[in-house]
Design a binder for this molecule. Structure first.
Ligand code: NAD
Ligand code: TYD
Length: 343
């Protein structure tokens, strides 16, 4: 099998690349990534020398490059992780979110049609469902919950989902979509809540909590997300949406306090700051369809996963030091040089 993983130098995509090469040693994986501020090639260092892996630096909105890649690589599966992914940035500058997340998805699907891939999998998010009220813990997002996006980020992901479903209905493109809750784990870019808090707490810096800190997220360890995508690719039904999440709901304050306790840092570091505009109150996934059809269960509960994540950040300071200092931007030039792949 030849698998294209877009956005494979980002947080979830890189975890997926590392996992799929381990789980399916005969598969060939091609990673297409533009190496935006969120892409970090050093994450893929462990597989750079693997004969079954190839890295291509490029933008999913570049139709010529994408078509050439599809022609050369004879792809069976496409897994589209590539996206602008940070809600706060989408509030500052929505345009790039529409370009990458919607138009980029279209370019990839056009190539998938043209070159006849067996499966186009769109990695989506529970944020396309909007939010749930804090006082209704009985409510969860199912695959039937109407799309109701709040931020330019979630609106761009929702738009892409609609387009993916339209390509299935109109052109018969063999697609699947997964909608996952908030991920955490190794290689998470330090602008997102959990790595941001770990790194700032380690530096004894104030920890910014938006609003009251009562907003709820349903946290999933990244490896469990990758396992679910692997199952959907191989066993999921064409044209279907699968929710991925694990009944690990926490308020932001609970998450931050858990990190402080583990690091033995004082809660006095917590600083309440102005709330995010349009801030979604609660996300909570009902994963019963994915569980009953594919036999998927999350294996890492939050208490265990957060310790593993904190330990990973403690053991891999150079990875995030490079990011926080900006040095990672030179990594591609320094380490990649004349190796395999394309500029
Ligand atoms: P990320 O921001 O860490 O990584 C995104 C990657 O995409 C980066 O490597 C970046 O260089 C690449 N990229 C961006 N624009 C590109 C372009 N135009 N062409 C090629 N590559 C480009 O994101 P993430 O957190 O790993 O999220 C991956 C996917 O999962 C996204 O589609 C996101 O919407 C979805 N998702 C994320 C979460 C989460 O909690 N992080 C939850 C559910 C779904
Ligand atoms: P984030 O990691 O940006 O993910 P998302 O917005 O996609 O859920 O934020 C997770 C939660 O943490 C969200 O409710 C916003 C909140 N948050 C803070 O309180 N402070 C911060 O500095 C950040 C980045 C997020």
């Amino acid at each position: 099998m030849n698998v294209l993983v877009t956005g494979g130098a980002g947080f979830i995509g890189s975890n997926f690349v590392l996992q799929i090469l381990k789980e399916h040693p005969t598969y060939r994986v091609v990673c297409l990534d533009a190496l935006t501020y969120a892409g970090n090639l050093s994450t893929l260092k462990p597989v750079m020398e693997n004969d079954n892996f190839k890295f291509v630096k490029g933008d999913i909105t570049d139709r010529e490059l994408v078509n050439k890649l599809f022609e050369e690589e004879k792809l069976d599966f496409v897994v589209n992780f590539a996206a602008e992914s940070h809600v706060d940035r989408s509030i500052e500058d929505p345009g790039i979110f529409l370009r990458t997340n919607i138009l980029g998805t279209q370019v990839l699907m056009d190539a998938s049609r043209k070159y006849g891939v067996k499966r186009f999998h769109q990695v989506s998010t529970d944020e396309v469902y909007g939010d749930l009220p804090l006082d209704r813990p009985d409510l969860f997002f199912t695959e039937e919950t109407p799309i109701h996006a709040s931020s330019p980020y979630s609106a761009s992901k929702a738009s892409a989902d609609l387009l993916v479903q339209a390509y299935h209905r109109t052109f018969g493109l063999p697609i699947t979509i997964s909608r996952c809750s908030n991920n955490y784990g190794p290689y998470h870019f330090p602008e997102k809540l959990i790595p941001l808090i770990i790194i700032r707490a380690l530096n004894d810096e104030p920890l910014p909590i938006y609003g009251t800190g009562e907003n709820v997220r349903d946290w999933l360890f990244v490896g469990d997300h990758c396992t679910a995508i692997d199952l959907i690719l191989h066993k999921g039904r064409e044209g279907e949406v699968y929710n991925i999440g694990g009944h690990n709901e926490k308020t932001n304050l609970e998450v931050v306090k858990a990190i402080l306790k583990e690091l033995e840092k004082p809660e006095s570091l917590i600083t309440y700051v102005k709330d995010r505009s349009g801030h979604d109150l609660r996300y909570a996934i009902d994963p019963s369809k994915t569980r009953s059809e594919l036999g998927w269960e999350p294996t890492t509960l939050f208490d265990e996963g957060i310790k593993m994540t904190i330990n990973w950040y403690l053991d891999n300071r150079s990875w995030w030091n490079n990011i926080t200092s900006g040095d990672y931007k030179d990594y591609y030039v320094n380490m990649y040089g004349d190796r395999k792949g394309e500029e």
